[in-house]
Ligand binder design. Structure first.
Ligand code: PMM
Length: 299
């Protein structure tokens, strides 16, 4: 790992925005740009499946104002089949290495310890595990050894069967309880609590109703005491909201709604948002930060 992450020049963390050791601090919500190096992700599947186009896209995300870049080599869309670990490693390694060379703070989106290890060797600085340590029992231990920040997302099972598990009496209470168990488990595996980031897992074993309830109650997720990452970008619940009765709004036409969610999530104190189109979201988080400063000036 290089000694100093770029972004140290960002403003120091505000009181209610705890800094995560190893990551840039900011007085605003951070923007994590997404690159899916996959042929089949629902949001951008196939667009960046080869390393060159993925790296080119990474440059564009950085130029548009991304603070972090999340690189993934396995689709997690509902119904998706798993790729082999070899294939996943081959997809992500050159992209992580090239973006790290460019000075990006790269996060590796994987559920596998073997893939995370290769990506960390190639310069990734964050592990984003959508399974929160459930899919591969070796992953929390690897993260602990490497002392890197760890995104622990709420998850109930692999994509081929996750929507059957979208059943809750009290979605906010149950997601908080299950997330808090996962945080305790990864800490027991040696991960430093100061490097744990939590994520409610929008769209993962959740109906649209569940997603809206979680977004409306981000305060409950924040009450877990860890920085909160929100990944709502282009997801189906936005397509359903904006489409006609039978036709969801197409994926490529959900970015304005994503920016609206970003503004609300940032105002609710999210630490970062994970998005496909960066510019509007980078603008939105700056508007929210400025708005907050004006409010603070009133005090
Ligand atoms: N969503 C996707 C993939 N990775 N990681 C985190 N931490 N949170 C998310 O909500 C999340 C994720 C699926 O979306 P994509 O296929 O568009 O990348």
């Amino acid at each position: 790992m290089s000694a100093q992450p770029p972004g140290d020049d960002l403003l120091a963390a505000a009181g209610d925005r705890p800094a995560v050791p190893g990551l840039p601090a900011a007085d605003r919500c951070l923007v994590m740009g997404v690159i899916n190096v996959t042929p089949d992700s629902f949001s951008d599947g196939g667009a960046f499946a080869d390393a060159d186009s993925a790296i080119k896209h990474g440059r564009q995300l950085l130029a548009a104002g991304a603070d972090l870049i999340d690189v993934g080599g396995e689709s997690t869309r509902p119904g998706a089949r798993r790729v082999s670990a070899d294939e996943e490693r081959e997809r992500v390694e050159p992209v992580v290495a090239a973006l790290n060379e460019l000075g990006a703070v790269v996060s590796i989106d994987t559920m596998r310890a073997s893939v995370a290890a290769v990506a960390l060797d190639a310069g990734a600085r964050i592990v984003n595990d959508v399974s929160g340590g459930l899919a591969d029992p070796d992953l929390p231990g690897l993260v602990a050894d490497r002392r890197v920040p760890y995104v622990v997302m709420h998850w109930r099972g692999h994509s081929d069967r996750m929507q059957q598990q979208a059943s809750y009496d009290d979605v906010v209470g149950e997601v908080c309880a299950e997330l808090s168990e996962r945080v305790a488990a990864v800490v027991a595996a040696g991960v430093d609590i100061s490097q744990v980031i939590v994520d409610p897992g929008i769209g993962f074993a959740k109906t649209a109703e569940h997603n809206w309830a979680l977004l409306a109650h981000l305060d409950a997720i924040r009450a877990l005491g860890r920085p909160v990452l929100v990944g709502a970008s282009r997801k189906s619940f936005l397509g359903a909201l904006l489409g006609d009765d039978d036709n969801a709004r197409p994926v490529a036409d959900r970015d304005d709604a994503t920016a609206a969610v970003t503004a609300l999530a940032a105002a609710a104190g999210a630490w970062a948002v994970r998005v496909h189109e960066v510019r509007a979201n980078a603008d939105a988080v700056r508007v929210v930060a400025r708005w907050r400063r004006a409010l603070e000036a009133d005090k």
